[in-house]
Design a protein around this ligand. Structure first.
Ligand SMILES: Nc1nc2c(c(=O)[nH]1)N[C@H]1C(S)=C(S)[C@@H](COP(=O)(O)O)O[C@H]1N2
Ligand SMILES: [Mo]
Length: 309
């Protein structure tokens, strides 16, 4: 297998970057490239003897401070600072997820039963928002494929749909009139959902997710625009036909279902060829599938990637 998945328990204790190294930017700047190299995808890179290092080796982690204060989470407001400011009343424990549709193990699952601690891995991924900014984030979570296999989808299940919690009393953005319809919904084709890179995330920087990042449970698919990474998930449903997704409902000519990062298909109102990495001044080129083409390109073989945005 090309992708080496490191379980938390596999990591030698000397390799675990202590929390205060993460939190103190000055300390980890010098180590972050090495840390990215040690996580997720890179053993393959180190193995490919003689090949020039790929761009991920130059990617520094985005500081914890930025990852947790510059957010998109419209349930808490539309400005980047709103989620951290307005999510203090949100209570992510206890938590359960409704599983239904075309699978053999439907039911109400406590989060502890869905997320097995011995399956938690750490993965450092680039995240590219459709608004043309990006970050590099060390996530913790469980590969969604192992959750899927426990839920036993039936043969006619072609998609997986997700919903975010609706709690207007704790989420001021849901009390606003106009704007998005709630719940926020998203979906993946089942082979995308089962791809080894797709992570059901419970933490970042070695600690539990904060409310503004989608506590206690959110999705991350690093080759897709960030809006596919639905936060605070309360339902998972296996379906035969393609489910709707929030931003496509809202503005179908701007946001698609697949939403694969693609520098060659511009947003109607801005270019997608470049992006601003949070913390950097110069814009960098956006990579096809956000740099994960080797891993995920086969999922879209034969699709017209200029049409299926
Ligand atoms: N429920 C919900 N999930 C959401 C959003 C949202 O507004 N509501 N915003 C999305 C967008 S546009 C992005 S870029 C990412 C941002 O994740 P982050 O704030 O953890 O960086 O969350 C995605 N998930
Ligand atoms: Mo986004």
């Amino acid at each position: 297998m090309l992708i080496h998945v490191r379980k938390k328990s596999d990591v030698a204790s000397s390799e675990i970057t202590p929390r205060d190294v993460y939190v103190n930017r000055r300390d980890f700047i010098g180590q972050s490239a090495a840390f990215v190299a040690g996580a997720g995808l890179t053993p393959r890179l180190l193995d490919s003897a003689g090949a020039p290092p790929r761009q991920e080796l130059q990617d520094d982690l985005t500081p914890f401070e930025d990852v947790t204060t510059y957010n998109n989470y419209y349930e808490f407001g539309m400005d980047k600072r709103d989620p951290v400011r307005n999510s203090g009343d949100f209570v992510p424990v206890p938590w359960s997820v409704e599983v239904g549709g075309l699978c053999n193990k439907p039911g109400t699952y406590a989060i502890e039963d869905l997320i097995r601690q011995d399956e938690v891995v750490e993965r450092t991924y680039r995240m590219r928002c459709v608004e043309a900014w990006s970050m590099v984030i060390p996530w913790m979570g469980v590969p969604f494929r192992s959750i899927i296999s426990r839920l036993e989808p039936m043969a006619d299940a072609k998609f997986v749909a997700f919903e975010t919690v609706v709690r207007p009393e704790q989420m001021p953005g849901q009390r606003r009139v106009g704007g998005l319809d709630w719940p926020y919904v998203e979906a993946l084709r089942i082979d995308e959902a089962a791809h080894p890179l797709t992570l059901m995330v419970t933490g970042l920087y070695g600690r539990d997710l904060l409310n503004q990042n989608g506590a206690p449970l959110r999705l991350v698919m690093p080759w897709k625009y960030g809006f596919k990474g639905i936060k605070s998930i309360v339902s998972i449903t296996f379906t035969e036909s393609m489910p709707p997704n929030t931003w496509n409902i809202q503005t179908p000519n701007e946001y698609g279902f697949y939403a694969n990062v693609n520098p060659n298909v511009d947003h109607p109102r801005w270019t997608q060829a470049r992006e601003r990495r949070i913390g950097e001044l110069r814009r960098r080129p956006t990579l096809m599938f956000n740099g994960y083409e080797e891993e995920v390109g086969h999922l879209y073989a034969g699709m017209d990637l200029t049409r299926w945005f």
